[in-house]
Design a protein around this ligand. Structure first.
Ligand code: NAD
Length: 427
């Protein structure tokens, strides 16, 4: 964003803008528009673009996608919503860099296949754009550090678009955790268990990016939906941090079986060897001694009421979200030594963001969480607030991808998790 816009908004919103609400109002009233571009206008990029367009004060001057059909669909969405024709960039895999040279773009949403996020976001920050990245942030440790450096050097907002952190329930647990209901944390269990076998192949049998991910990577390749909320509950990078992990994985069975069933036992698809096992577990230890049991399973045949589940254990309370039920037990409060429904606590500890914006949020996807990633990003940019999920968090959560793979390759050997805050976690 040009400095003039930052200054103007800062002066207008002023110190009072730090109160919740004023900065959000600034988005829909007479502030200069936030000029947003998108790289990757597939399913997710288009969905978040539509949420962004629901804010009156967002303009979209340019869009980029190598798939012209997807690009034109998104151009049409902007035309219908705003009446202008965004400039499209589709001339090959690095054409996004040409778009990043434009000086009429303040911010960029990156919603391409996740193998590309790290490089594209580093480039976007390097070009002086505020950057919102879809999950995961990166797939290598070099990219994780690159994001931390690029955020620092650019002085721009970087945010990981981890919508699971904004689920109403998860934010209420965050509030309860921060209010001390759980006492010291000892253990958390969480997982992403989602049968994505059908998403590995296009209709013509070629691999989607998800299929390529399964062919080329091992370990937990999609950690942030489950780990992000837990990391926030435990205060990771704000008083505690991940220090090490060990991981173990099953062999690949179910996706290869699925390929043979869907395309035929003699088909080229049935001969593809996928590196990613059906299921993996990563045990992460924190500096304060808490343990997180993180499961990942994208291929097992298994119905799923919800793609994520969570447990949080402290010395004075225990919470579990099985995907079907949310329950809690609190020492000195729960009448019997039994689980009780979390619903009354969800009301008592409802997060301020949900109290204030719950109605608008309810219109958006993923239970309203998609509204908040866009609203929080825009608010950080316009009001000059710190990113709610900055590069150090995004890097710590995403570093589980290369580190879990390294542990699995080394027979479960422990791997150190770098301190991406460079000492600031002790705050
Ligand atoms: N937070 C969530 O709930 C959620 C849900 C779905 C997907 N996602 C994330 O969003 C991202 C995109 O997923 P999707 O389901 O939209 O996939 P998709 O395949 O529908 O969209 C990806 C788009 O990126 C484009 N693309 C690929 N390479 C490109 C390049 N070099 N330059 C420009 N465009 C390029 C593709 O053509 C495609 O249109 C993934 O990282 C995924 O993890 C997040």
């Amino acid at each position: 964003m040009p400095d003039s816009l930052n200054r103007r908004d800062f002066l207008r919103v002023g110190a009072a803008g730090l109160a919740a609400g004023l900065a959000a109002d600034a988005l829909t009233q007479d502030a200069a528009p936030l000029r947003l571009a998108v790289i990757g206008t597939g399913g997710r990029g288009t969905g978040l673009l539509q949420v962004a367009l629901s804010f009156g004060n967002v303009a979209v001057p340019a869009l980029c996608d190598i798939n012209e059909g997807n690009l034109n669909r998104a151009i049409g969405i902007v035309r219908n919503a705003r009446g202008n024709e965004p400039v499209g960039y589709s001339a090959g895999p690095v054409d996004y860099r040409r778009m990043l040279q434009r000086d009429d773009i303040d911010a960029v949403l990156v919603a391409t296949p996740m193998q590309l996020h790290g490089r594209m976001c580093i480039d976007s920050l390097g070009a002086g754009k505020h950057t919102l990245s879809e999950v995961a942030a990166a797939v290598t440790l070099d990219e994780c550090w690159g994001l931390v450096r690029a955020e620092k050097e650019s002085g721009k907002v970087y945010m990981l678009s981890e919508n699971c952190c904004y689920y109403q329930q998860n934010m209420a647990v965050l509030n309860a955790a921060q209010a001390g209901v759980f006492g010291d944390f000892t253990y958390a269990e969480c997982g992403y268990v989602h049968d994505c076998r059908s998403l590995a192949f296009h209709g013509d049998g070629t691999l989607t990016w998800r299929g390529e991910l399964g062919r080329d990577y091992t370990g937990n390749v999609y950690p942030t939906h489950s780990l992000g909320p837990v990391a926030q509950w435990l205060g990771i990078n704000r008083g505690d941090r991940f220090v090490s992990l060990v991981a173990s994985a099953t062999p690949q069975r179910s996706l290869e079986r699925y390929a043979a069933q869907r395309f035929g036992a003699d088909s080229p698809q049935a001969k593809i060897r996928f590196a990613l096992g059906d299921s993996s577990t990563t045990l992460i230890r924190t500096a304060k001694g808490a343990v997180i049991d993180l499961r990942f399973d994208m291929y097992s045949a298994r119905p799923h009421p919800s793609t994520t589940y969570f447990t949080l254990q402290g010395v004075t309370a225990s919470y579990q979200d099985t995907g079907r039920q949310h329950e809690i037990w609190v020492e000195g409060r729960t009448p019997k030594y039994e689980w009780e429904p979390f619903a009354p606590y969800a009301t008592e500890y409802e997060h301020a963001l949900w109290k204030e914006h719950g109605q608008e949020a309810a219109q958006s996807g993923h239970g309203g969480a998609d509204y908040f990633v866009i609203q929080q990003f825009i608010e950080a940019v316009v009001a000059g607030r710190p990113s709610p999920i900055p590069a150090a968090d995004a890097a710590a959560w995403s570093s589980i991808i290369p580190l879990s793979a390294a542990s699995i390759r080394a027979g479960g050997a422990p791997q150190e998790v770098p301190d991406f805050t460079e000492g600031k976690w002790r705050a």
